[in-house]
Design a binder for this molecule. Sequence first.
Ligand SMILES: Cc1ncc(COP(=O)(O)O)c(C=O)c1O
Length: 459
Amino acid sequence: MTHAPNSWQARDLVHHVHPQTDLAVIRETGPVVIERGQGVFIYDEEGREYIDGISGLGCNSLGYGHKRLAQAASDQMEALAFSPTFYGRTHPKVVELSEALTDIAPEGLSRVLFQCSGSEANDTAIKLLWYRSEAMGEPQRKKIIGRIRGYHGNTIASVSLSGQPHMHAGFGLPLPMFRHLSNPNYYRFHVDGESEEEFSGRMAQEFEELVLAEGPDTIAAFFAEPVMGGGGALVPPAGYWDAMQAVIRKYNITFLVDEVIAGFGRTGNLWASETFGLKPDMMTCAKALSAAHLPISALLFGEELHDIMVDQSNRNGVFGHGYTYAGHPVCAAVAVETLKIYEEIDYIGHIRRVAPRFMELMNELADHPLVGEARGVGLFYGLELVADKTTRDPFDPAMKVGEMVMNAAHQHGLYIRAIGDRISCMPPQVIKLAEIEEFVRRLTLALDDAWAMVHKQVA
Ligand SMILES: Cc1ncc(COP(=O)(O)O)c(C=O)c1O
């Protein structure tokens, strides 16, 4: 496709490299140019409106055009645009944010380290776990367990922890000390006659067998998202977290819950840990921490690990870790304001009021001929597209049916994401009931269009 010589598309292709994109394809198709946003809507350069059905990347909790957040950033830039948190320095906004966040965090998470992204938060967690192992005289305790289809980011360690083969391919990753358990996608992987509980028991047994095979004293931690976002909103099957946490307790394994995408209301509670009864020893969050208005992430943990860090840093003369922009004053100011807004607008109450309708309408899509499984929690939903609803046979990946649905949705003014043939939907948490109805109407039109295209191909 050729673009007008001075268009954003043409100019973009000259210098800008697109992450998570087929770079050969984008050269032909050119990028989509989004120019502005308001509420739950985004607008392209021609003024076409789309419902942002994936909240940016699962982060834009308050939607677009939030004047208070712009004001908070502007005020902070004028007061103190930057000041480091290295070398024992601090500033009021990072103090306020540390207080506000540990106040609402799950029990026992009273210490916080800031970074700019979810990847860095998970990477930092891995470093702290290794720091602890060294401090405790257990240098062999370095293995980290994740899950296939788990998503924890893109730094070398966090992508190694992620179970995303397409993000390991071509990079010679993962690093050797990472292990991956099976993907707990009951719909796709249960055997005939196996109940959800039995499937969950099998997953937990695999976990225990891995721990025993590796040696419990070599395991530094198990990391997991409560609901897998990178797996396309994979809600765990019944009994999964109870069974997995029994293994965690039995072998005293440190459990890091990655709330980067599921935190701040996505599942109907402030933390997805509440939704699924999880007891994190450590937790990471990002994205909706600042309503995605500026990059900031947090790693939370308890006093026990902090005490170890205090001793170890004193022995080494420094806690030898940190990013220039850790606790950046402008990002911290925006995060503080975001948390205040959540309180003031009864954000969690709103999600609880609208999510049941979202769930009800999305569940109805299970009857669509393309949809094998429709499953979600709160405002987090996944549709698995299948060639045969009875046998659960997938489509030939070369048909790119997920992409067909995604492209058709764009034509109908809805931005969603296809992960293979799984469709991920996570609208901004402030979405209103009428907008939810419109979201599902546009998605249904997209499914119908894709169904017609599939028919044409197979006919
Ligand atoms: C659960 C989870 N963890 C970590 C990350 C990585 O965050 P970031 O892209 O900010 O590095 C993501 C990103 O989508 C995520 O969904």
